[in-house]
Design a protein around this ligand. Structure first.
Ligand code: PMP
Length: 368
């Protein structure tokens, strides 16, 4: 009986593993997956112990830094390429062109390598060198361009569009306004969170770049819970969205931010249809985001970027608003590896007047 109970336990474990990987289109149903694309999604949901204890709530965060391309944008990259293929815009040997702060480009570069497409990436020249280097190592043709506003024809998105139009068998994936992006989160992120919490979730919050993650995930969670799960925007300084959600006015709140990949100057097509689903917004100063980068490292052993840290600060704020016992989920968008020469550099922190935001007990992590 010892052996048969061990075997039946094994079967149960295998059945569980199969269900947890049973995302349609992302796996083949067993425990093995097909290539890079098959490994996207199904990230762990991590309970942040110290912050949960402090708030008397459950602060949960999805480990997108464990995605094979290292960020939350692998999901969108995959859905954008699949969308182009389905619409016949991309045939074998074709070229994907995108404008991106980096992570979508990195996701696309991986997907393109794995599917045999060429990849051209336009990005603002304010982004970290680590992201540019990685894109080049992944075989992408990287074109850093001056960081100008969206209404300027030289903005990286318009340059990407024109480049794609100048080629045959090429597509501008248009992550900001192509809703295949939010669809990735309606079909994968939302269902994963619902399953991983057994439906015991009160709110979801995250920052937005394109808005795909926030809009797609909130839409799914609202629908499946009959509107019970609340959705909150988390916003850095320099974005127009916080004011828009809170007051309905399109007005910039604060100046620039140290966070990369988030904050927005306009209402994208990925966010627009679901803006009214949001229950509120949280505005997080850089000093709090950087402090949380260091706290997560020190208290949880999690090495994450500034947008992830901002999300966690927002999750704590939302949990306080909802009260003790509430469960709030957010996203750990990527690892700190992509920004370490900035986030862990004394000179850089001083240049941003943020060195004093790091408490004394955490100063030992400023090693660069
Ligand atoms: N965090 C980081 C580090 C990112 O690169 C991005 C995407 N630009 C986001 C968060 C926001 O994701 P989304 O585009 O889905 O709003």
């Amino acid at each position: 009986t010892g052996l048969s109970s061990r075997l039946s336990h094994g079967a149960a474990v295998r059945a569980m593993a199969a269900t947890s990987h049973a995302e349609p289109g992302l796996s083949i149903g067993g425990s093995e997956v097909h290539g890079f694309v098959g490994a996207v999604g199904n990230t762990p949901l991590i309970r942040l112990a110290k912050l949960s204890d402090e708030t008397g709530c459950n602060i949960l965060a999805k480990a997108e830094f464990m995605s094979p391309g290292g960020s939350i944008k692998d999901r969108a990259a995959l859905f954008l390429v699949k969308d182009a293929e389905a619409k016949g815009q991309l045939k074998p040997g074709g070229t994907v062109v995108e404008g991106t702060a980096g992570n979508t480009g990195i996701g696309l570069a991986h997907v393109c390598r794995s599917k045999g497409y060429k990849c051209v990436i336009y990005m603002p020249d304010t982004q970290s060198q680590e992201k540019i280097d990685l894109l080049r190592m992944l075989g992408a043709d990287v074109r850093p361009v001056p960081a100008v506003a969206f209404d300027n024809p030289q903005n990286y998105n318009h340059q990407a569009k024109r480049h794609a139009e100048s080629l045959d068998n090429a597509v501008w994936t248009n992550q900001f306004d192509n809703t295949a992006n939010r669809e990735a989160h309606i079909q994968t992120t939302g269902p994963e969170i619902w399953r991983q919490t057994n439906g015991k979730i009160d709110a979801f919050t995250c920052a937005t770049g394109t808005g795909g993650t926030l809009a797609g995930t909130v839409r799914y969670l609202k629908e499946i819970s009959d509107g019970r799960v609340k959705g909150y925007l988390a916003d850095p300084p320099g974005s127009v969205l916080y004011k828009l959600v809170e007051t309905g006015k399109l007005e910039r709140e604060g100046t620039g931010s140290i966070t990369e990949g988030i904050g927005q100057g306009r209402l994208t097509s990925n966010l627009a249809p679901d803006l009214d689903l949001l229950d509120g917004a949280v505005h997080i100063p850089d000093a709090e985001s950087i402090k949380m980068v260091y706290r997560l490292l020190d208290e949880e052993g999690l090495y994450v970027g500034a947008s992830s840290a901002l999300n966690v600060v927002a999750a704590v704020e939302v949990a306080k608003r909802l009260g003790k016992g509430s469960t709030v989920v957010t996203m750990l968008c990527d690892g700190a590896y992509r920004y370490q020469t900035r986030l862990f550099s004394r000179v850089w922190l001083q240049s941003k007047k943020l060195d004093s935001a790091i408490p004394e007990r955490l100063q030992k992590y400023v090693v660069l």
